[in-house]
Design a protein around this ligand. Structure first.
Ligand code: NAD
Ligand code: UGA
Length: 480
C-alpha cells in the first residue's frame, strides 16, 4: 500500500531544488517541505525577507516562495535533521562533468550524489523513499542502492528516478503545467507502492495522464535522451544557418517553413550563437561517455557531433566579428548585450557569451558587458574559470591563458546599456532579453564609432531597420 507522504526533504537548493520544492509546497499545503544545502549563503538568500535577494531569478518564483515559505516550505543548512524527519528525500545536487581522473571532461561527477547517499544511510533511522531528481547516468540507482544498503542502519530504502524537465526562465510555468512528470521505479510490490506515493504528490496539481511511470533505467535514460534531442535540434538548425549565410537563404524563414510540419514542430529550432546552460553539454558528454563505456563508438560519435557543431557555431560568430572588424579587435571597444545563457535567468553556466568573449580577449578586445540580471562578479568568475577549464576544441587549442588581472583590465561591466555601447566599434547581442528590442537604436548609432557594427547572435533586432539607421548588421543564418 502506498505510504502517504507528509514530510519531504530535498538535498540541494539550486536551480532545480529551489523552484521544484517551492511549487510542491505551494500545491501541497499538507506536506512539510524542507530544502537543505551545505552552502550557507544560498540558504540565507532563500530565507531573505527581501524576495529580490532569492539566489536565483525566475519569473513567478518570488510569489510562490512568498506564499509557502514559513508555512510548509523551509530552507535550512541542517541536513541531518531534515533527512531524519523526512519520509521522502529528493536528491537535487549538482552533477557536473568530471574535471579530473577517469572520464575527465566527459563523465558525470557523482561525488556529490555519493556523499548524499552516505549521509542518508548514516542518519536514517526509519524507512525512506529516495528520489533521484538530479540528472544521472543510467544505472546510478544501482550504485545508490549499494551505498545505502551496505552502509545503512538496516532500514529499507526505495529508490525512484524522477528527473526534472524544467527549463530556466520558465521554471515555474513548466512546474505548474508540465508536459509530463516522469517517475521510474522498481517493479516490485514495494517499488510500485513507492511510485504511487510520488504519483499521489504530483497528482495534487498534474493530470494523471501527464504523470508517466516507467522502469528506473528507462527514466534515468529518458532524461539524457530528452536533452540530447533538444540540443540536437538547435545544432541542426545552427548547421543550416551556416549554409544559409553562404547561399542567401534565411534560417528564420526555413524554421518557419519546416516548423509547420507537425512531425518536426515549431519549437526549439531557433538558430542562435550556440546553446548554453548547465545541462545540454554536460548531459550529452555524459551520454557519449556511456556509449563509449558500453562499446558503441558509432552512437557516441553521432551525439558528440551535436557538441562539435555548437562549438563551431560560437567560434563562427566570434570569427565573423573579428573578420568584419578588419581582422583585428585589439584595443577596440566591443559592447556585449547579454551574458546569461538565455533570457529571463541570471544563470550564466556555459553561456555562449563566455566563449565568444574569450575568443575576442585572445585578440585583446576591450569588452563592455551589460546584462539585466547577471552580476559583475559572476562575469569575471566565468571568464576566470574558463582559463583553467578551457575545453580542447580544435580552434581553442592555441589559446593563451589570461590572468585575472588581464581579464579585469580588458572587461568592464555596466549597469546602463547605453554606456556599454557608447564609443564602441561593435555591439554584439548574446542573449535574447526582450528589452534589447526596445532600445533607441538611433541614439545608440549616434554614440557609437563608425562604421558601427551590430552582430545579432539571437536574430532579435530588425536588420532592415538597423541598416536604415546606418548600422552594418550581421545576423545568424541570413545570407545577402
Ligand atoms: P545547482 O548547482 O544550482 O544546485 C545544486 C546544489 O546542491 C548546490 O547549491 C550545492 O551546494 C548543493 N549540494 C551539493 N552537494 C550537497 C550535499 N552533499 N549536501 C547538500 N547540498 C549539496 O544545480 P542545479 O542546476 O539545481 O542542478 C541540479 C541537478 O538537476 C543536476 O543534476 C542537473 O543536471 C539537473 N537539472 C538541472 C536543470 C536546470 O535547469 N538547471 C534542469 C533539469 C535538471
Ligand atoms: C534545458 C531543457 O529545455 C529542459 O527541459 C531541461 O530540464 C534542462 O535543459 C536541464 O536538464 O537542465 P535550459 O537549459 O534551462 O533547459 O534552457 P533551454 O530553453 O533548453 O535553452 C538551452 C539553450 O539552448 C539556451 O542557450 C537557448 O538560448 C538555446 N536555444 C534553445 C536555442 O539556441 N534555440 C532554440 O530554439 C532553443
Amino acid at each position: 500500500k502506498a505510504r502517504t507522504i507528509t514530510n519531504i526533504c530535498c538535498i540541494g537548493a539550486g536551480y532545480v531544488g529551489g523552484p521544484t520544492m517551492a511549487v510542491i509546497a505551494q500545491k501541497c499545503p499538507h506536506i512539510k517541505v524542507t530544502v537543505v544545502d551545505i552552502n550557507a549563503q544560498r540558504i540565507a538568500d532563500w530565507n531573505d525577507v527581501d524576495l529580490n535577494k532569492l539566489p536565483i531569478y525566475e519569473p513567478g518564483l518570488a510569489d510562490v516562495v512568498a506564499e509557502a515559505r514559513g508555512r510548509n516550505l523551509f530552507f535550512s543548512t541542517d541536513v541531518d535533521q531534515a533527512i531524519d524527519e523526512a519520509e521522502m528525500i529528493f536528491i537535487s545536487v549538482n552533477t557536473p562533468t568530471k574535471t579530473y581522473g577517469v572520464g575527465k571532461g566527459m563523465a558525470a561527477d557523482l561525488k556529490y550524489i555519493e556523499l548524499c547517499a552516505r549521509q542518508i544511510a548514516r542518519v536514517s533511522k526509519d524507512d525512506k523513499i529516495i528520489v533521484e531528481k538530479s540528472t544521472l547516468p543510467v544505472r546510478t540507482a544501482e550504485a545508490l542502492r549499494t551505498i545505502l544498503t551496505s552502509t545503512g542502519n538496516g532500514v529499507n530504502f526505495e529508490i525512484l528516478s524522477s528527473p526534472e524537465f524544467l527549463a530556466e526562465g520558465t521554471a515555474i510555468q513548466d512546474l505548474m503545467n508540465p508536459d509530463r512528470f516522469l517517475i521510474g521505479g522498481e517493479q516490485t510490490e514495494s517499488g510500485e507502492a513507492a511510485v504511487q506515493s510520488l504519483v499521489d504528490i504530483y497528482a495534487n496539481w498534474v493530470p494523471r495522464e501527464n504523470i508517466v511511470t516507467t522502469r528506473v533505467w528507462s527514466s534515468e535514460l529518458s532524461k539524457l535522451t530528452a536533452n540530447a534531442f533538444l540540443a540536437q535540434r538547435v545544432s541542426s538548425i545552427n548547421a543550416i544557418s551556416a549554409l544559409c549565410e553562404r547561399t542567401g537563404a534565411d534560417v528564420d524563414e526555413i524554421a518557419r517553413a519546416i516548423g509547420k510540419d507537425s512531425r518536426i514542430g515549431a519549437k526549439f529550432i531557433k538558430s542562435s550563437v550556440g546553446f548554453g546552460g548547465s545541462c545540454f553539454q554536460k548531459d550529452i558528454l555524459n551520454l557519449v561517455y556511456l556509449c563509449q563505456h558500453f562499446n558503441l563508438p558509432e552512437v557516441a560519435a553521432y551525439w558528440e557531433q551535436v557538441i562539435k557543431m555548437n562549438d563551431y557555431q560560437k567560434h563562427r560568430f566570434a570569427k565573423k566579428m573579428i573578420d568584419s572588424l578588419f581582422n583585428t579587435v585589439s584595443g577596440k571597444k566591443i559592447a556585449f548585450l547579454g551574458w546569461a545563457f538565455k533570457k529571463d535567468t541570471n544563470d550564466t553556466r556555459e553561456s555562449a557569451a563566455i566563449y565568444v568573449a574569450d575568443e575576442l580577449l585572445q585578440d585583446r578586445a576591450e569588452i563592455h558587458v551589460y546584462d539585466p540580471k547577471v552580476t559583475e562578479e559572476q562575469i569575471f568568475a566565468d571568464l576566470e574559470y574558463l582559463q583553467e577549464h578551457r575545453p580542447n576544441s580544435c580552434h581553442s587549442s592555441e589559446f593563451e591563458k589570461l590572468s585575472s588581472d588581464e581579464i579585469r583590465s580588458l572587461v568592464t561591466v555596466h549597469n546602463d546599456p547605453y554606456e556599454a555601447m557608447k564609443s564602441a566599434h561593435a555591439t554584439a547581442i548574446l542573449t535574447e532579453w526582450d528589452e534589447f528590442k526596445t532600445y533607441d537604436w538611433k541614439r545608440v548609432y549616434n554614440k557609437m564609432l563608425k562604421p558601427a557594427f551590430v552582430f545579432d547572435g539571437r536574430n532579435i533586432v530588425s536588420k532592415t531597420d538597423l541598416e536604415q539607421i546606418g548600422f552594418r548588421v550581421y545576423n545568424i543564418g541570413k545570407g545577402e
